[in-house]
Design a protein around this ligand. Sequence first.
Ligand code: ADP
Ligand code: MG
Length: 152
Amino acid sequence: MDNFTIYTSSPEETMEFAEKLGRLIQAGAVITLEGDLGAGKTHFTKGLAKGLEVKRTVNSPTFTIIKEYKGRLPLYHMDVYRVSDGDEDLGFDEYFYGEGVSVIEWSSLIEEQLPAERLDIQIFHQGDQERRIVLSPIGERYNLLCKELLNK
Ligand code: ADP
Ligand code: MG
């Protein structure tokens, strides 16, 4: 499956790109976000939330692990950084296989529990405001989603 790379040069640009994805994304989608602290995972999620028509402000859920927002579809924003045992079942499946859109920061910590089909996103620091965003779809559904996103 192809990977897709885009570059952004401000937080706003990252959010705009994620917003486009949020407008296209469908029920039951799972997105993972990997990248160092400050890479822009939470900003990406803020943009995605806008595309999902979430009205509330999205903040990092670090201390709660999962935050749920109402929008065109529900958004389940997870930050599993503080999950101490990645194999422990915290009820993730209800979200992953639910009707909303799941976004998981630091997803590799719960690798074993992730659905096989999903959109993996990595964000790399390129400079102060520059970021490289790599989309790696797993499964045909996510491959098509990426193609649609990048044709706009
Ligand atoms: P993470 O959730 O990955 O730790 P955050 O989204 O909380 O990252 O923070 C990203 C930080 O980087 C913010 O302070 C944001 O303003 C800054 N930033 C600078 N350039 C960009 C960019 N191109 N995309 C996203 N964030 C950026
Ligand atoms: Mg974050």
